[in-house]
Design a protein around this ligand. Structure first.
Ligand code: SME
Length: 162
């Protein structure tokens, strides 16, 4: 397995997702451990985009529990009834939040977080985990991020829930 990401300098975010996706696919194809793959996906997304915080919360009963991530210390448990992550898990859909302060019930793990995107992995109508990405800039995520981060989740689903 290649352990170095190949990233074209100064690529647009979209171009960078395009070059990253096959590398994520290759890395997780080479490892069967789910947690190891979550950890490397978080690391690859962080390295490729420099996101302020990127990581996973896994479903455990009526809560989401912190999984592998890159970034600052984070909240460990999020009830499904709370936060952007809980909302995404409950509604089973991607949630884009341009300004976290305007999202009712947003959980501020860090006061530096300004915008956020959360993508769920849904199996048989149940959210199994969410991918959460935070930015320290307002309005940092677009439909392109939603599209490509959903593609990352699809790779994970294929690999571990196929
Ligand atoms: N902001 C999230 C909580 C997780 S942290 O951002 C890492 C939320 O509102 O669900």
């Amino acid at each position: 397995m290649a352990e170095t990401l190949i990233l074209t300098p100064d690529a647009t975010r979209k171009a960078r997702y395009e070059e990253l996706l096959p590398q994520i696919r290759a890395v997780i194809a080479g490892e069967e451990d789910y947690i190891a793959n979550l950890a490397n996906i978080a690391a690859m997304l962080r390295e490729a985009f420099g996101f302020f915080w990127v990581g996973f919360y896994r479903r455990s009963g009526e809560e989401l529990v912190l999984g592998p991530f890159q970034g600052t210390l984070a909240c460990t448990r999020i009830p499904l009834s709370k936060g952007v992550c809980g909302y995404s898990a409950r509604e089973r859909q991607t949630v884009l939040v341009p300004d976290v302060e305007l999202f009712p019930g947003h959980i501020a793990c860090s006061s530096l977080s300004k915008s956020e995107i959360v993508v769920p992995l849904v199996i048989a109508d149940r959210t199994e985990l969410v991918l959460d990405v935070d930015s320290d800039r307002h309005d940092d995520f677009s439909a392109d991020d939603a599209f490509y981060l959903e593609a990352v989740i699809a790779l994970l689903r294929e690999r571990h829930f196929g």
